[in-house]
Design a protein around this ligand. Structure first.
Ligand code: GLN
Length: 289
């Protein structure tokens, strides 16, 4: 019988199997944790412990899947966001760390508003629900709604809200349609819409372009279609004291800013960078008094 493989050897094998990925070691660690059920700290302490033959076999198969382009999050079924674990699958965008910065921006602004009544907040294109659920949990004074065109995405979002004990109303529909139907003004609009131009499809990694929902990634009009529609419809739906927070792609700042400045001439429209120094957010806010 073959010698058993220890944790350390399994990690090294996987790192060289995935040598074209800069995140090879993190992926290997994640999949070993998934296989063993150990925390990262335990895994580090158990570097010389043998793996069960069944765990080694399954780990190898999973690493091969990742090498062929399958996102590691589709194997483990989860991704963390803002310190919580969310279920993800092929029907939703896998949350990115940059989106945590958008959520942080919303939290800070809501706290600064010091509202005397519960604010009505909507996350447009909620996907797995990470934005809506995080905001509902962090800002208990807000009524949060999440909308999405995709029923399958809403199914995932509802599951996540239940698991995390968050109170969020979910509505199905395209962009602003569910808000228009509700007949209510909103105080805060957050969205991470699809914004990648179709022309950039070939530049994306296989694990993104072939495994994440195209509907959540790509948009017409050079990636600007959703922003244009939001800028068109939101002036009739946003309360005077409210604000809009949008995720954008690098290089889209000026165009998105100009769309919203035209739609909201008496507000400030600011572009903010993410921690990597890339244009990532646009905030449309009342002029400070
Ligand atoms: N940030 C994502 C990516 O680069 C795109 C998300 C989006 O289009 N909203 O893959």
């Amino acid at each position: 019988m073959a010698e058993s493989v220890n944790v350390y050897e399994a990690l090294n094998w996987a790192s060289s199997f995935l040598s074209d990925r800069s995140d090879a070691r993190q992926i290997a660690m994640r999949l070993l944790q998934y296989e063993t059920g150990w925390s990262q700290a335990t895994l580090m302490a158990e570097m010389r412990s043998p793996l069960l033959e069944s765990a080694w076999q399954s780990f190898q198969a999973n690493i091969q899947e990742v090498a062929s382009g399958r996102p590691v999050q589709h194997i483990t079924g989860e991704e963390s966001f803002f310190g919580r674990t969310f279920h993800v699958n092929e029907h939703v965008l896998i949350p990115r760390p940059e989106t945590e910065e958008l959520v942080q921006g919303v939290i800070e602004r809501v706290q600064a508003m010091g509202a005397k009544r519960p604010l009505d907040m909507v996350d447009i294109g909620t996907g797995s629900g990470v934005i809506a659920i995080t905001l509902a949990l962090e800002l208990s004074q807000c009524n949060v709604t999440g909308t999405d065109l995709s029923q399958s995405a809403l199914h995932v979002a509802k599951h996540n809200a239940r698991q995390l004990d968050a109170t969020v109303s979910f509505r199905q529909g395209d962009l602003l349609t569910p808000i228009k139907e509700s007949g209510h003004f909103v105080d805060v609009v957050v969205s991470n819409p699809p914004y990648i131009p179709f022309a950039e499809r070939d530049d994306l990694a296989v694990h993104v372009k072939d495994h994440e929902p195209n509907q959540a990634l790509f948009a017409e009009e050079d990636g600007l279609r959703c922003y244009r529609q939001l800028a068109e419809g939101l002036p009739e739906l946003l309360n005077r004291t409210g604000f809009i927070a949008l995720e954008i792609g690098d290089g889209q700042g000026k165009q998105v800013q100009s769309l919203f400045q035209k739609a909201f001439p008496d507000r400030t429209v600011n572009i903010e960078n993410d921690l990597n120094g890339r244009e990532r957010m646009v905030f449309v806010e009342p002029l400070s008094q």
